[in-house]
Design a binder for this molecule. Sequence first.
Ligand SMILES: NC(=O)c1ccc[n+]([C@@H]2O[C@H](COP(=O)([O-])OP(=O)(O)OC[C@H]3O[C@@H](n4cnc5c(N)ncnc54)[C@H](O)[C@@H]3O)[C@@H](O)[C@H]2O)c1
Length: 397
Amino acid sequence: MNTDDTTTNTEAVTGTVDIVLAGARGHGRWHLENIRRLQDKGIVRLAGICELTPLTAEEIPEGLGTPEQSADFGALLDATGARIAVICTPIPTHTDLALAAAERGVHVLLEKPPAPSYAEFRRMADGVAGAGIACQIGFQSLGSHAVPAIRRLIEEGAIGELTGIGGAGAWARAESYYRRAPWAGKRRMNGVDVIDGALTNPLAHAVATALALADASRAEDVTRIETELQRANDIESDDTSCVRVTTASGLRVTVAVTLCAENPGDPYVVVHGDRGRITYWYKQDRVLLQRAGHGPEEYEYGSTDLLENLVGHLTDGDELLVAPEATGAFMKVVEAIRLAPDPAPLPASAWRLLPDEERRVVPGIDGLVAAAADTLALYSELGADWARPHEANEVSP
Ligand SMILES: NC(=O)c1ccc[n+]([C@@H]2O[C@H](COP(=O)([O-])OP(=O)(O)OC[C@H]3O[C@@H](n4cnc5c(N)ncnc54)[C@H](O)[C@@H]3O)[C@@H](O)[C@H]2O)c1
């Protein structure tokens, strides 16, 4: 969000930009499709795929040709001479892969969450800054044109004085979701941090977007973090959690999430003012403005693809939308969750299995998630009898 963070290697990038994708199964399939879309526009070319085992011809979308493949990321960057690496691998691999690209002068689109701890985040962010490469973090909700539009509405006083920001995410995940990869639902694996929880991974966009709308996206913008981490599933990490961040300007940002919703819905962030509120459904780029003296107003926005923005940054000097430092406050939340006691299992009476969908649901959670976003209160303060009183963390600089 600030070009000062993104001083880019002076060597000009022109013409079609060659890309290597690391991690092409899982969410990487979405990147393959997106790269094909940009290849059709003549902007990029898929030069290589780094996976643990090569993709079969059927796994590569038509039109992408036969990119080079290797499990050795550095060797593939060297062999292809690619200018951008898209890194969509498991969380604990992010820092080393980003630094392997940086030391070769290769620019990076790194999936969120950027790292599983604040120390690993700093190692990555300082390394890429030192190498002078551009690094975009894959919070695509921050590419939405709704974000600057909402910031403008706030600054113009459309909803009066800001009183706080809420975030709500009620999603459903089957038990098989946690079996799809060895790191899924883990806090640590083989002695290294993973921190794959509901707030830090699937609903991380809710946290990062709420912080961005609070104008508190940098590490130094956060002074206090309270967490409540619970789980209904048989996993290490949390699946039903909330967090309240106090910003340096004294604003409270509460985000409540679950992967055990009764009736899953689209996650949203709600900006509260003393004369109205703005609700932003970040997966739909849709905004509802409700303010005193006006009827409800609804707006839909476009969004800028983060890979396209990274290419535009390199070729035309476009402002990079999500530089690492713009995820510093989010990473303070990841760190607070990492340092918190392991998530408490919910009592068997607090959840039930939906046999047809093979997923666990927490009765009443959908209402609690919405109430937390509305009132900025945590689950324990809303009277959830299973909620463990929160852990508070003063944030050190
Ligand atoms: N932006 C989003 O909306 C979004 C959505 C889903 C996942 N993600 C992020 O994408 C990343 C991948 O998540 P996933 O759910 O697809 O994980 P996954 O484990 O399902 O897939 C990761 C892929 O990376 C491969 N891989 C593992 N180590 C590798 C290495 N060292 N080099 C090359 N390939 C390697 C695996 O074989 C696998 O195919 C995570 O950071 C996740 O948080 C982002």
